[in-house]
Design a binder for this molecule. Structure first.
Ligand code: ZN
Length: 134
């Protein structure tokens, strides 16, 4: 069902500063960048081989990500695992009694996705994503 790690997401205070740091320190190319108005975040990608590093910063003070950043500071936010079929993955997770954050797939930057609650995954927020065709 899971085909690869699509991305690892890191919450940061300042997208420009962190993007430059990851680019200069690790030599990763700077990829796509976009504002996700619904989630109240701006994100930027750095391709790393077959996967991506995703930097996220809040654009409002009330978003979930803003609260996360205020409470925990910068660091890893979630791991995104890619699946072939998001509906099938969601049905399977429901059948297995997984603790879900989304009961239906949401529109993510890279495709359709849903999140598993960290309570059920030993402390890690997990995103399951069906990526849009490139
Ligand atoms: Zn993600």
């Amino acid at each position: 069902m899971i085909t690869k790690i699509n991305h690892i997401a890191i919450v940061v205070n300042d997208l420009d500063v962190s993007l430059q740091a990851y680019h200069e320190l690790l030599g990763l190319p700077i990829g796509a960048r976009k504002v996700m108005a619904e989630q109240e975040v701006e994100i930027a990608f750095l391709p790393a081989g077959d996967s991506l590093i995703e930097l996220i910063t809040p654009i409002t003070e009330e978003s979930g990500v803003a609260k996360y950043l205020a409470k925990r500071g910068e660091g890893i936010h979630h791991i995104c695992l890619e699946v072939e079929d998001v509906e099938a993955a969601l049905a399977e997770m429901k059948a297995k009694g997984a603790q879900l954050i989304n009961q239906e797939p949401i529109q993510a930057a890279e495709g359709r996705a849903f999140f598993l609650h960290p309570k059920g995954t030993h402390g890690v927020l997990i995103e399951l994503l069906e990526a849009d065709p490139q």
